[in-house]
Ligand binder design. Structure first.
Ligand SMILES: *Cc1c(COP(=O)(O)O)cnc(C)c1O
Length: 514
């Protein structure tokens, strides 16, 4: 086999790419995501190694071998576009999004200068401005960047907030600065701690604010933490509020937190990585009231809006701050004597240099569906989640909600197998205490009892069952005092009520005998 040159040599390439495209459309897009097809074909690494020759070699492989390897790769990969992939904060396969990603990949630009990405840098500005307008920034003014994930968007926001308070940090680092602290709820995303460590603040700089019973930042606790920090002689500079916490989907009270921030002169960052998409919904956007007062907002269109990964943004109220904070004026990229206005180059606002274009897939979806279509997408998902709550209540003898009235998409619940349901049904005590038995048993006793630690096992066992059967993927986790519970989340507006019922039936089928 002759070695394969770059594209201008057209002889074999066209046939190869068509074969790959056909394979992808058949195996990864359409057939793969049909109901009844497996979400996953679970294999251990040793088994995978026998199915796919993962070693790279000196000799080139033939096209037949490559196509077979691509097919095997697709076969044993998780079908995240499948309606029963309800495992994570991304799912669904949007045809416009996929097409957009293909176009970007074919052009392979790097979005740092107007000169190499004229259309994409222009689209980035337009999309970021439209997103800021949705946030409620006047006329969509302000600034923004695309980020390689919400974690980095949060990190950039922290860096900006610190730079705004202490511009010397850019040149002198932490030298001469007071001990800086920020506040985030105990359910805030773990990236806040990660970024605090990365940026030299230290994890201990993140003061944890307790949540109320709904998982929202408790305002009194926030005020108290601010007072404690002031007494400690450290310097608070920022509050991170969360609009849609990762596990419970809680929406922090943004307006009230904004009041606290303006009283104390603190930067308000809203981590709306998960919840940001609500802004498209006329019916539900009120849930984010107050977000227009944020200094910065992290928003991942790749989550609720189901844009292909990755598509994350950081939107900032203050014009010019990103460039001032991150800029280095590299002379070989951002020449000041360009024949066009060098302010068209967005690259120096970023901490990255080369950067993949993430705007086009989102732009194409927004263009193709309109803001109305994206709003309907969000409404459909919210309706599905409300339907699930009703179904769980109908099955209250077997399922128990963690929060009775979740506000967002997330629905957290326990499954109670026969063994716990019928723990000792003859006794009056059990009958009287059914509620508290479930709570007490779930929350404490069984965690520690070795003999019958059912709650530690129920969710992981059911998960194992569904993975091995390939029927669905649904996430679980413990949180604070709550032992392992399932978290329903979807971003796939192609999911139906029948799918929700299938999910519950499947849990019962897999877990009944535990
Ligand atoms: C997912 C998530 C993040 C992180 O986003 P990535 O793109 O996964 O890095 C941050 N905050 C919240 C609330 C999230 O749900």
């Amino acid at each position: 086999m002759e070695w394969f040159r770059s594209i201008p040599d057209e002889t074999h390439h066209r046939a190869f790419l068509k074969d790959v495209l056909t394979l992808v459309l058949d195996e990864a897009v359409f057939k793969a995501n049909r109901r009844g097809e497996p979400v996953i074909r679970w294999r251990l690494p040793q088994e995978l190694l026998s199915l796919i020759d993962v070693q790279t070699r000196d000799q080139p492989a033939s096209h037949e071998e490559l196509l077979a390897a691509i097919k095997a790769t697709i076969d044993f990969s998780v079908k995240t576009g499948h309606p029963m992939f309800i495992n994570q904060l991304y799912s669904g396969l949007d045809p416009y999004g996929l097409a957009g990603q293909w176009v970007t990949d074919a052009l392979n630009p790097s979005s740092y200068t107007y000169e190499v990405a004229p259309v994409f840098t222009t689209m980035e500005e337009a999309v970021l401005q439209n997103m800021r307008a949705l946030l409620g920034y006047p006329d969509g003014r302000g600034d923004g960047i695309f980020c390689p994930g919400g974690s980095l968007a949060n990190g950039c926001a922290m860096n900006l907030a610190r730079f705004k308070a202490f511009p010397s940090v850019k040149t002198e680092g932490l030298h001469g600065l007071p001990r800086l602290v920020l506040f985030a709820s105990e359910d805030a995303h773990y990236s806040i701690h990660k970024m605090a460590a990365l940026e030299g603040l230290g994890e201990a700089a993140v003061r944890s604010v307790t949540c109320d019973s709904q998982g929202r930042m408790d305002l009194k606790a926030l005020e108290a933490e601010i007072q404690v920090a002031k007494r400690d002689g450290v310097h608070p500079f920022m509050v991170v509020a969360t609009a849609g916490t990762t596990v419970l989907g809680a929406l922090d009270p943004l307006s009230a937190i904004a009041d606290v921030c303006s009283t104390h002169g603190l930067w308000l960052h809203v981590d709306a990585a998960w919840g940001g998409g609500l802004l498209f919904s006329k019916e539900h956007r009120h849930l984010l009231a107050g977000i227009e007062r944020a200094d910065s907002v992290a928003w991942n269109p790749h989550k609720l809006l189901a844009v292909p990964q990755q598509c994350s943004t950081l939107l900032v109220r203050h014009e010019g701050l990103l460039k001032a904070c991150h800029g280095r004026d590299a002379t070989y990229l951002f020449q000041k004597d360009k024949f066009y206005d060098h302010n068209l180059d967005p690259g120096d606002k970023y901490i990255q240099c080369g950067r993949r274009v993430d705007v086009f897939k989102f732009w194409l979806m927004w263009k193709g569906k309109g803001s109305l279509g994206l709003g309907k997408h969000v409404d459909a998902i919210m309706e599905l989640s409300r339907f699930l709550i009703e179904e769980l209540k109908k099955r209250a003898d077997r399922f128990k909600l963690v929060l009775e009235t979740p506000n967002f998409v997330n629905v957290s619940f326990w499954y109670l197998p026969q063994s716990i349901r019928n723990l000792d049904p003859s006794t009056q005590i059990y009958r009287n205490k059914l509620q508290s038995v479930i709570y007490v048993v779930l929350a404490t006793e069984f965690i520690f009892s070795k003999g019958h630690n059912f709650n530690l096992q129920v969710a992981p066992k059911i998960k194992e069952g569904m993975m091995k059967a390939g029927t669905m993927m649904l996430g679980y986790q413990p949180l604070r005092q709550w032992p392992n519970f399932f978290r329903f989340v979807t971003q796939n507006s192609g999911m139906t009520k029948q799918d929700v019922i299938f999910m519950l039936d499947e849990i019962e089928r897999l877990g009944d005998n535990l």
